[in-house]
Write a protein that binds this ligand. Structure first.
Ligand code: ASP
Ligand code: MG
Length: 450
């Protein structure tokens, strides 16, 4: 079996879904499980819908529901014009889901309260709608396709908006249900992102979570490969919207791809790598608008070349220095600082300590961060540096590549923290935000264009 996952832009309209059908058609012999995201921008619309309902702005709620209905109705009508029988069935299903959503959102609007459980239920609608329409489009193209509700398969905890699967239960579900549904079908199709708790409440795997879903399905089914279809030619040496002359990475290891994601590259959902690595399933990142391109292959470390792969940036971070008046030692320093951060679930991107100092990189503006820093401030001096960014060069054995530090210092003017990650997969530098563009550009040039 193979997993073929299509992101939002790869299913955004009639033309995109036409490409989806032709891509899948060429792979039917490999028994695909197709995983789809919501149509481009729909998840965002649903988030706004949830917010507007909570704020009890009825007119906006109505307007957003109207947009949602029109977008999906029009798409179904365009795709299924030649098959009025299927169109009628499909529209009935779409309408049922949207009517359900309407009732539910009406409730939220009435009480003016939105729990994360309610929000998950609202934003899961995007994938449920897109997958319904796409499964009809396959059937209209004479590819018999069974639609599966991912909530029957991916079982998670009750952290509804960032839910984590119980892998054992999930794996057993997937094997059983996909096996059953494949009987008499050319193809089975399900949603990314969407899951459910053991009690059956809808949960979601976090934004961009469809990649993660695809990897989970791949692991459970022992798939030959997982294909992730997007609208760029694979994973690149830097974000092409920020840096000129980026290159496609042909082959990269699981570890490097995970490090890139952790260091801010918008490639794959950071958790995607783990299930694939566990069973050594190759991931191929491909472009649905340029199918001739072979994309990027993500594989085990011993099958990927050494050396730098990409430069990444995490902006909107704070650099924090904690200085103790005493020589507390590394253990106590870390212990005390994390004693304040951990209970508040502050996600630390990077931490370093000396006998009397701790340096931290954390995402900007978390409500609870201020509180944690005040607590730390009772025994130490806390300095917060704003308008900083963390840039990273990622690649196995990156330390063997000379001159990176010198280059960053000479271009950025000032490096607040330099670090080699413990797994030797990246070198990281905290610099001023207003120097990011030029530093990235010249670092990328230095590494990749020699
Ligand atoms: N539709 C969800 C999102 O936009 C999940 C995904 O596309 O990966 O975050
Ligand atoms: Mg995506």
């Amino acid at each position: 079996m193979i997993i073929i996952k299509f992101g939002g832009t790869s299913v955004q309209d009639e033309a995109a879904i036409g490409r989806v059908i032709s891509i899948v058609k060429g792979r039917l012999r490999e028994k695909p499980l197709v995983v789809v995201s919501a149509l481009a921008r729909v998840t965002r619309l649903l988030c706004t819908l949830a917010e507007e309902a909570e704020a009890q702005r009825e007119d906006n709620v109505k307007d957003l529901l109207k947009q949602l209905r029109e977008r999906h109705f029009n798409l179904a009508k365009n795709l299924l014009a030649a098959r009025p029988d299927l169109l009628e069935e499909c529209l009935a299903k779409v309408e049922e889901r949207i009517a359900d959503l309407e009732t539910f959102v009406g409730g939220v609007c009435l009480i003016g309260e939105l729990s994360s459980r309610s929000e998950a239920r609202i934003i899961s609608t995007g994938e449920l709608l897109s997958s319904t329409i796409i499964s009809y489009a396959f059937n209209a193209a004479d590819i018999s396709c069974h639609w599966i509700d991912a909530r029957r398969m991916i079982t998670t905890d009750d952290n509804y908006l960032n839910a984590r699967p119980d892998m054992e239960v999930t794996e057993a579900n997937i094997k059983r249900i996909v096996g059953l549904e494949y009987k008499g079908a050319d193809l089975v199709l399900t949603q990314g992102f969407v899951a459910a708790t053991p009690k059956g409440a809808t949960s979601v795997l976090g934004f961009e979570g469809s990649d993660y879903s695809a990897a989970i399905f791949g692991m459970a089914l022992g798939a030959e490969r997982v294909e992730i279809w997007t609208d760029v030619d694979g994973i690149r040496s830097a974000d092409p919207r920020v840096v000129h002359n980026t290159r496609k990475i042909d082959v990269i290891s699981y570890e490097e791809a995970a490090e890139m994601a952790a260091m801010g590259a918008r490639v794959l959902h950071p958790l995607t790598i783990e299930p694939a690595r566990k069973k050594n399933i190759p991931i191929r990142v491909l472009n649905s608008t340029n199918q001739a391109c072979e994309g990027t292959l993500v594989v085990r470390g011993d099958q990927a070349p050494d050396g730098p792969k990409s430069v990444a940036v995490k902006d909107e971070i704070l650099f924090i220095k904690v200085t103790s008046p005493k020589l507390d030692g590394v253990t106590r320093m870390f212990g005390k600082v994390f004693g304040s951060l951990y209970p508040r679930r502050i996600p630390v991107v990077l931490a370093k300590a000396t006998e009397s100092e701790v340096y931290l990189v954390v995402p900007e503006e978390r409500d609870t961060l201020q509180e944690a820093l005040e607590e730390i401030g009772k025994w130490a001096e806390v300095t917060v540096y704003r308008d900083k960014a963390l840039i990273s060069v990622v690649g196995r054995n990156i330390v063997g590549f000379e001159g990176l530090g010198d280059k960053v210092i000479s271009v950025s003017g000032k490096v607040y923290l330099a670090n080699v990650s413990a797994n030797m997969m990246s070198e990281n530098f905290v610099i001023d935000s207003d120097r990011v563009q030029i530093t990235l550009e010249s670092l990328h040039d230095y590494i990749f264009n020699g």
